[in-house]
Write a protein that binds this ligand. Structure first.
Ligand SMILES: Cc1ncc(COP(=O)(O)O)c(C=O)c1O
Length: 391
């Protein structure tokens, strides 16, 4: 059987026919009745049984896990109660005292904080590299590197990592290659096809897609990696509730259509902004002027619904713009039906030091946009009026 297309896979998460509910019921239970102590003992020591205790596994959650694993081309997945639950569990499962991490310099702020403020307490240091510089991953890895961590496109400057180059650098020293694929989604990019071992998602964003559920997913290329990460996940305990797993799965039925529409609207909005006199620079991988456009085209099937731009007039103009939009909404987060704008220097990346912000390429006038599902004409008109007010 050829690999199923995403449109088919998301609508029919379970392969095979037979009598049963069309939609997996929400198994709102924390525990399962057991036949015998012997059965309980077997479940206790099993890896990820789906009907024993919900932190170990749950049939509703399992459907979500299998569905995301299929889209990403991985062996298995673990769903979690947030994107950071997925990211922290996966990272902590593969690093030990004395290890070195090599990571891209522009990451989601809490991921940066995990590397800079938390892991050093356990003797794990991180070297940050500029993914735009060819050969930077290979130069940074050492024999103590156990993890290479990427985010592409990166938040919020849309910097692209050459996924194949990063994965090869990791494997050259026996490290695990892990990447946050939240911005791209498996519709636009499947990092396992480019050599990655672990793919992470904040399912709060595009996978859920309706701005109503906080969730995460870890996808592993191999069963062996799943066993290793599941063991730590089970101890740390960032489990997803069955109702939330159901909501993410329900949202995923329209993931391909939503993402493709968001790709098209983001492209049109980016082209409008690029031609606007008040805009210094637009960061969108789909623009021919984007420095890494050719690389993005090579490894992505679509350029995504996220973009950022630098407004003339710095911090004051940036804040005035985000407070002036009327169709779009001033809010953090991304990936939903509503277009959201935010000002990273004062909001999402506010917790970072000035140096960390500069390293991530976040200028005072940078505005991040998560393009939603509104009509592109209404969005362009709204951005035009907000730019006028920000002048
Ligand atoms: C790229 C990226 N990764 C991870 C996260 C964390 O996800 P969550 O808020 O679901 O923990 C976010 C949140 O904004 C994000 O943008």
């Amino acid at each position: 059987m050829p690999r199923r297309k995403p449109e088919t896979a998301v609508v029919h998460p379970k392969k095979g026919k037979g009598h049963g509910p069309m939609v997996e019921p929400v198994h709102l239970t924390t525990t399962w009745q057991l036949d015998s102590a012997k059965q309980g003992a077997a479940f206790s020591s099993a890896l990820g049984p789906e009907a024993f205790y919900t932190r170990w596994g749950n049939p509703t959650t399992r459907v979500l896990e299998e569905s995301v694993a299929e889209l990403e081309g991985g062996a298995k997945a673990i769903a979690t109660g947030s994107g950071m639950g997925a990211i922290s569990s996966a990272i902590l499962a593969v690093v030990s005292k004395g290890d070195l991490v090599v990571a891209g310099k522009s990451l989601y702020s809490a991921t940066t904080e995990l590397f800079t403020r938390v892991l050093p307490r356990w003797g794990v240091e991180t070297t940050f590299v500029d993914p735009a510089k060819r050969g930077s991953w290979r130069e940074a890895v050492t024999k103590n590197t156990t993890l290479v961590y990427a985010e592409s496109p990166a938040n919020p400057t849309m910097g692209i990592t050459d996924l194949r180059e990063a994965a090869e650098a990791a494997h050259a020293v026996g490290a695990i290659a892990m990447t946050d694929n939240t911005f791209a989604t498996p519709i636009n990019q499947r990092p396992i096809e480019h050599g990655f071992d672990v793919v992470l998602h904040s399912a709060t964003k595009y996978l859920g897609g309706h701005t109503d559920v906080t969730a995460g997913v870890i996808v592993m290329k191999t069963d062996e990696l799943w066993d290793r990460i599941w063991f730590l996940y089970k101890i740390l305990g960032p489990a997803i509730g069955p109702m939330d797993a159901y909501l993410v799965r329900r949202g995923m039925k329209t993931l391909p259509q939503r993402v493709r529409q968001q790709n098209a609207t983001a492209q049109a909005l980016a082209e409008f902004l690029e031609d606007h006199a008040q805009v210094e620079r637009v960061h969108y991988p789909g623009l021919k002027t984007f420095p890494q456009h050719a690389l993005a085209k090579r490894q992505m099937d679509g350029f995504g619904g996220m973009l950022s731009f630098e407004i003339k007039g710095g911090r004051a103009a940036g804040i005035r713009f985000v407070e002036s939009v009327e169709v779009a909404t001033l809010a953090v987060s991304l990936g939903g039906a509503e277009t959201l704008v935010q000002h990273p220097a004062s909001m999402t990346h506010g917790p970072l030091t000035d140096e960390e912000r500069a390293l991530s390429g976040i200028s005072d006038g940078l505005i991040r946009v998560s393009v939603g599902l509104e009509h592109v004409d209404d969005l362009i008109a709204d951005f035009a009026q907000a730019l006028k007010k920000a002048r």
